[in-house]
Design a protein around this ligand. Sequence first.
Ligand code: AMP
Length: 190
Amino acid sequence: MLNIVLFGPPGAGKGTQAEKLIVHYGLKHISTGDVFRFNIKNGTDLGKLAKSYMDKGELVPDAVTIDMLAAEVDRTPDVKGFIFDGFPRTSVQADALDRLLEKKGMSIGMMVALDVADDELKLRLKGRAETSGRADDADPEVIANRIAVYKEQTAPVADFYARQGKLRLIDGIGEIDTIFSRICEAIDKG
Ligand code: AMP
């Protein structure tokens, strides 16, 4: 079983790399952002709640996000492993994920953290806004808030995995395939 946390600031390329990793390693991809957007599209209560936070670039409350993540994991038994993308985003979520997996006799193998400088992130998100249709990519103020929230609340999650010897920092600048090779090398090394 190979369970990976794919980590990095908004615009670091997590979604792009996750798509390649699930094919290469046969893993199940869980993106909490994608699940929220699916709920928004379908007009569910969860979607309505999530939207009120996402539109401002704030995090959806931990309790809601953790319950949703647990339901997604339960929905897919018999997989080779999971790629968690956009989760955990707080220390409370990281703790909850460890406990959730432990109950199932599983654990996180490693955190793959994509390292990309702020200026590059802003450029990438601006470019992505033209095709993603995401409201939170289109507004520079919301983008700036997402990066600030990342630094304050999410970046410390890397320390949580570093303490467990599970953090692998990957240079996230370069061609998509070059970055993918760097990630695979880190995963294959274990
Ligand atoms: P993403 O698609 O990962 O960029 O997430 C888009 C937005 O969804 C974030 O800015 C948050 O508002 C919300 N979101 C996604 N994942 C989480 C999470 N693990 N905890 C709280 N909010 C989240």
